[in-house]
Design a binder for this molecule. Structure first.
Ligand code: FEO
Length: 395
C-alpha cells in the first residue's frame, strides 16, 4: 500500500504550503499549513475538497499519480473557503464530466465564486452517495465556520471527512497520520487555528459535535494538519473544551506600552503573581507579540489581565485590537483585571472596564491607573492588583 493510501482505497492527495506568511492575510504561519484533499477510488472515484489554487499543478500530479488517465466522477465540496475550493475551476477544465456535490449554499457559492453552474448535484442532510463498495453520507455543520460547511462520512471504514473541524496550522513534515507525526507543537497549533479561525462559533461547533457523536469514527480526515486515528479522543476533547470556551488555570498578561511605564507595570504584576506561587503566567507586549498566539492563550487560560496607556483619549491601538478580537469571538467568561497609565487625563482604564461590562465579565479586582512615570507608588498599585488576582484565582 502506498504511503499516501491512508486506508485501503482512500488516498491523501493534499499539499503543503510553506511560503504563505499569513493565512487569510491575517494569521501567521510559522510552520506553514497543509491543504488536505482525499481521493476515494472505488467503482466510482470521488475527490473530497481541493487545495489552494497556487498548488493546483502539484495537486493534479498527486491525483494523476493514483488515477492515471481515469477520470474523477465526483468532487465533494465540504467547504467553500478558497483555500479548499480555488482549484475547482482547474479541475473542471481537466475533468469536464466530473459532478460537483454540495448542499444548496455550496451550489450558490460555486456560481458566485467560480461561475460554475452545471454538472452540480445538490445533497440534503443525511443523503448517501454510493461509490461501489464504499459510500459517503453527508451531514451539515453550518457555521463551523462558514454557512455551507458539511462533513462527509464513509460508514464502511468509519472515516469522517471533517472539513476545517479538527484541523491545525502546520504543514505535514512527511507523515500524514497522527501516528507518523511529531505532535508536540501540533496541539498549540490546533488551539491557535481554532482561536483565530473558528473561535467565534462555539455554539455551532457544539451542535456539530453532538450531531457527530452518534457516528462510529475511527479516522478523522480534516482539511488541515494530520489525519487523526490514535489521538481522536484528545482531539475531540480539545474541540469540545474550546467550543465551550472552557479554559485551564493560567494568567495571560497582555499590554501595550509607549515609553515603558505600562510595561514595567506588567512586569511587576507578573513577578508578584509568581511570588504568590502562580506558575502559568504568559506576558505579551502587544506591539510585538503575534496576536494569534495571544488569542490562542486567551482561549487556553482562564485569567486575562490587560494593560494600556491612554492614547488620544482612547486605548493604545494594539490593546484595542486585541479587545475587539475577543469581543468578535464572544468569549463568554474570563477572570479579568486591568491596569493603565496616562500623562494628563486617564481614559484607558475606563475603556477596558467598559469592554468588560459589554462582555459581561465581572472584573475580579479593582482596576489600577498610574499617572506618568513608573515609581514606588506605581509598583505598590501593581503589587496590590496582583495579590488580589492571585487570591481570587487560587480560591
Ligand atoms: Fe481551511 Fe475555512 O478554510
Amino acid at each position: 500500500m502506498a504511503f499516501t493510501e491512508i486506508i485501503p482505497g482512500i488516498h491523501y492527495v493534499g499539499v503543503n504550503d510553506r511560503t504563505t506568511t499569513r493565512f487569510e492575510s491575517l494569521w501567521s504561519l510559522p510552520y506553514g499549513v497543509s491543504y488536505n484533499s482525499y481521493l476515494i477510488v472505488d467503482e466510482k472515484v470521488a475527490l473530497i475538497d481541493t487545495v489552494e489554487v497556487s498548488y493546483a499543478e502539484q495537486f493534479v500530479e498527486n491525483i494523476r499519480t493514483i488515477l492515471g488517465n481515469r477520470p474523477i466522477d465526483y468532487l465533494i465540496v465540504d467547504h467553500m473557503e478558497p483555500d479548499h475550493s480555488s482549484s475547482i475551476r482547474t479541475l473542471r477544465l481537466l475533468y469536464p464530466e466530473m459532478q460537483i456535490i454540495g448542499n444548496a449554499k455550496t451550489i450558490q457559492m460555486l456560481n458566485g465564486y467560480y461561475g460554475v453552474q452545471d454538472h452540480t448535484i445538490e445533497v440534503k442532510e443525511g443523503d448517501n452517495l454510493s461509490l461501489g463498495k464504499k459510500s459517503l453520507s453527508f451531514y451539515f455543520a453550518p457555521m463551523v465556520h462558514w454557512p455551507e460547511v458539511m462533513v462527509s462520512y464513509c460508514p464502511e471504514h468509519k472515516v469522517l471527512f471533517s472539513a476545517d473541524a479538527f484541523g491545525t496550522f502546520g504543514a505535514l513534515n512527511g507523515g500524514i497520520l497522527d501516528s507518523q507525526v511529531e505532535l508536540d507543537h501540533i496541539w498549540d497549533e490546533m488551539r491557535r487555528y481554532y482561536a483565530c479561525i473558528v473561535g467565534k462559533y462555539g455554539a455551532p461547533v457544539q451542535k456539530a459535535l453532538q450531531k457527530l457523536g452518534g457516528l462510529a469514527i475511527e479516522t478523522i480526515c480534516p482539511t488541515h494538519g494530520p489525519v487523526w486515528q490514535e489521538q481522536i479522543g484528545r482531539v475531540i476533547e480539545i474541540y469540545d473544551r474550546l467550543s465551550r470556551y472552557d479554559a485551564e488555570p493560567g494568567v495571560v498578561i497582555a499590554y501595550g506600552s509607549m515609553y515603558g511605564n505600562t510595561a514595567q507595570m506588567a512586569e511587576k504584576i507578573a513577578r508578584e503573581l509568581a511570588t504568590q506561587g502562580l506558575k502559568k503566567i504568559f506576558v505579551y507586549d502587544l506591539s510585538y507579540a503575534d496576536i494569534s498566539v495571544v488569542l490562542r492563550d486567551v482561549f487556553k487560560y482562564d485569567t486575562l489581565i490587560v494593560g494600556s496607556p491612554t492614547y488620544n483619549a482612547e486605548l493604545f491601538p494594539e490593546v484595542k485590537t486585541l479587545l475587539e478580537k475577543l469581543s468578535e469571538r464572544c468569549v463568554p467568561h474570563r477572570n479579568f483585571a486591568c491596569f493603565g497609565s496616562f500623562t494628563w487625563a486617564g481614559a484607558a482604564v475606563k475603556h477596558m472596564e467598559e469592554f468588560a461590562r459589554k462582555m459581561k465579565w465581572e472584573p475580579i479586582c479593582p482596576s489600577i491607573e498610574m499617572k506618568q512615570g513608573y515609581d514606588a507608588q506605581g509598583a505598590e498599585l501593581c503589587g496590590t492588583l496582583a495579590r488580589a488576582v492571585a487570591e481570587k484565582i487560587q480560591k
